[in-house]
Design a protein around this ligand. Structure first.
Ligand code: THU
Length: 135
Protein backbone atom coordinates (compact mmCIF):
# COMPACT_ATOMS: atom_id res chain seq x y z
CA UNK A 1 0.00 0.00 0.00
CA UNK A 2 1.08 3.54 -0.64
CA UNK A 3 2.32 5.43 2.39
CA UNK A 4 -0.18 8.30 1.86
CA UNK A 5 -3.03 5.82 1.72
CA UNK A 6 -1.97 4.22 5.02
CA UNK A 7 -1.73 7.66 6.64
CA UNK A 8 -5.17 8.60 5.32
CA UNK A 9 -6.75 5.41 6.70
CA UNK A 10 -5.17 5.97 10.12
CA UNK A 11 -6.38 9.58 10.18
CA UNK A 12 -9.94 8.56 9.27
CA UNK A 13 -10.00 5.70 11.83
CA UNK A 14 -8.81 8.15 14.52
CA UNK A 15 -11.71 10.47 13.73
CA UNK A 16 -14.20 7.63 14.33
CA UNK A 17 -13.18 7.32 17.97
CA UNK A 18 -15.51 10.19 18.90
CA UNK A 19 -18.49 8.24 17.56
CA UNK A 20 -17.72 5.02 19.45
CA UNK A 21 -20.55 4.13 21.81
CA UNK A 22 -18.77 2.35 24.66
CA UNK A 23 -20.42 3.30 27.98
CA UNK A 24 -19.82 -0.17 29.48
CA UNK A 25 -16.18 -0.93 28.69
CA UNK A 26 -14.98 2.62 28.07
CA UNK A 27 -12.84 1.10 25.29
CA UNK A 28 -13.38 3.04 22.07
CA UNK A 29 -12.46 1.65 18.65
CA UNK A 30 -12.39 3.32 15.23
CA UNK A 31 -11.91 1.75 11.80
CA UNK A 32 -11.46 2.75 8.18
CA UNK A 33 -12.15 0.08 5.54
CA UNK A 34 -10.77 0.54 2.03
CA UNK A 35 -12.65 -1.10 -0.84
CA UNK A 36 -10.99 -2.44 -3.98
CA UNK A 37 -12.37 0.58 -5.89
CA UNK A 38 -10.83 3.04 -3.42
CA UNK A 39 -13.89 3.99 -1.38
CA UNK A 40 -13.53 4.21 2.40
CA UNK A 41 -16.18 3.03 4.89
CA UNK A 42 -15.83 3.98 8.52
CA UNK A 43 -16.79 2.15 11.70
CA UNK A 44 -16.91 2.41 15.46
CA UNK A 45 -17.88 -0.02 18.20
CA UNK A 46 -21.47 0.12 19.41
CA UNK A 47 -22.10 -1.43 22.83
CA UNK A 48 -25.36 -2.52 24.41
CA UNK A 49 -26.59 -2.89 27.97
CA UNK A 50 -27.33 -6.57 27.25
CA UNK A 51 -23.62 -6.86 26.27
CA UNK A 52 -23.86 -9.59 23.60
CA UNK A 53 -25.53 -7.35 20.99
CA UNK A 54 -22.36 -5.23 21.00
CA UNK A 55 -20.92 -4.68 17.54
CA UNK A 56 -17.18 -4.21 17.03
CA UNK A 57 -15.88 -1.32 14.95
CA UNK A 58 -14.56 -3.67 12.26
CA UNK A 59 -17.94 -5.31 11.70
CA UNK A 60 -19.68 -1.93 11.69
CA UNK A 61 -17.49 -0.88 8.75
CA UNK A 62 -17.90 -4.20 6.93
CA UNK A 63 -21.67 -4.30 7.37
CA UNK A 64 -22.05 -0.69 6.24
CA UNK A 65 -20.02 -1.46 3.11
CA UNK A 66 -21.66 -4.81 2.26
CA UNK A 67 -25.12 -3.31 2.80
CA UNK A 68 -24.25 -0.76 0.12
CA UNK A 69 -23.15 -3.36 -2.41
CA UNK A 70 -19.41 -3.56 -1.71
CA UNK A 71 -17.84 -7.01 -1.63
CA UNK A 72 -14.18 -6.46 -2.45
CA UNK A 73 -11.78 -4.98 0.01
CA UNK A 74 -8.11 -4.02 0.18
CA UNK A 75 -7.44 -3.09 3.77
CA UNK A 76 -8.79 -2.03 7.13
CA UNK A 77 -7.19 0.22 9.73
CA UNK A 78 -8.11 -0.42 13.37
CA UNK A 79 -7.22 1.61 16.41
CA UNK A 80 -8.64 1.89 19.86
CA UNK A 81 -8.03 2.53 23.51
CA UNK A 82 -9.51 3.22 26.91
CA UNK A 83 -11.46 6.51 26.75
CA UNK A 84 -10.57 6.73 23.07
CA UNK A 85 -6.82 7.10 23.65
CA UNK A 86 -4.87 4.41 21.75
CA UNK A 87 -1.82 3.25 23.72
CA UNK A 88 -1.27 -0.17 22.16
CA UNK A 89 -2.48 -2.10 19.11
CA UNK A 90 -6.10 -3.30 18.95
CA UNK A 91 -6.12 -6.58 17.01
CA UNK A 92 -9.55 -7.65 15.71
CA UNK A 93 -11.50 -10.19 17.77
CA UNK A 94 -12.11 -13.69 16.43
CA UNK A 95 -15.64 -12.91 15.25
CA UNK A 96 -14.42 -9.95 13.20
CA UNK A 97 -11.61 -12.07 11.72
CA UNK A 98 -14.24 -14.59 10.62
CA UNK A 99 -16.32 -11.80 9.00
CA UNK A 100 -13.19 -10.59 7.16
CA UNK A 101 -12.59 -14.17 5.99
CA UNK A 102 -16.04 -14.18 4.38
CA UNK A 103 -15.24 -11.26 2.09
CA UNK A 104 -11.48 -10.93 1.79
CA UNK A 105 -8.62 -12.78 0.14
CA UNK A 106 -6.49 -13.95 3.09
CA UNK A 107 -3.24 -13.35 1.18
CA UNK A 108 -4.20 -9.89 -0.12
CA UNK A 109 -6.29 -8.22 2.55
CA UNK A 110 -4.22 -6.04 4.87
CA UNK A 111 -4.98 -5.20 8.47
CA UNK A 112 -3.32 -2.05 9.72
CA UNK A 113 -3.06 -2.00 13.50
CA UNK A 114 -2.30 1.54 14.51
CA UNK A 115 -1.62 3.55 17.63
CA UNK A 116 -1.06 6.76 15.69
CA UNK A 117 0.20 7.88 12.28
CA UNK A 118 3.80 7.02 13.16
CA UNK A 119 3.27 3.79 15.07
CA UNK A 120 1.52 1.02 13.16
CA UNK A 121 1.97 -2.59 11.98
CA UNK A 122 0.50 -4.27 8.91
CA UNK A 123 -0.60 -7.92 8.78
CA UNK A 124 -2.13 -10.03 6.05
CA UNK A 125 -5.46 -11.61 7.01
CA UNK A 126 -3.83 -15.06 6.64
CA UNK A 127 -1.39 -14.17 9.43
CA UNK A 128 -4.17 -13.23 11.86
CA UNK A 129 -6.56 -15.98 10.76
CA UNK A 130 -4.64 -19.12 9.82
CA UNK A 131 -6.53 -22.31 8.97
CA UNK A 132 -9.79 -20.38 8.70
CA UNK A 133 -13.19 -21.89 8.02
CA UNK A 134 -14.70 -21.00 4.67
CA UNK A 135 -17.21 -23.05 2.63
N1 THU B 1 -13.81 -4.03 20.13
C1 THU B 1 -13.82 -3.61 18.83
O1 THU B 1 -14.64 -2.79 18.43
N2 THU B 1 -12.89 -4.12 18.01
C2 THU B 1 -11.86 -4.94 18.38
O2 THU B 1 -11.00 -5.27 17.58
C3 THU B 1 -11.79 -5.41 19.77
C4 THU B 1 -12.91 -5.03 20.65
C5 THU B 1 -14.77 -3.42 21.06
C6 THU B 1 -15.89 -4.30 21.54
C7 THU B 1 -16.25 -3.63 22.85
O3 THU B 1 -17.15 -2.56 22.61
C8 THU B 1 -14.94 -3.04 23.35
O4 THU B 1 -14.10 -3.00 22.23
C9 THU B 1 -14.29 -3.82 24.46
O5 THU B 1 -14.18 -5.15 24.13
Amino acid sequence: MRQEQIQELIEIAEKQLVYAYAPYSGFKVGTALLTESGKIYTGCNIENSAYTPTNCAERTAFFKAVSEGEKQFQAICVLGGKDGKPESYTPPCGVCRQVMTEFCDPEQFQIILAINKKDYKIYKLSELMPLSFYL
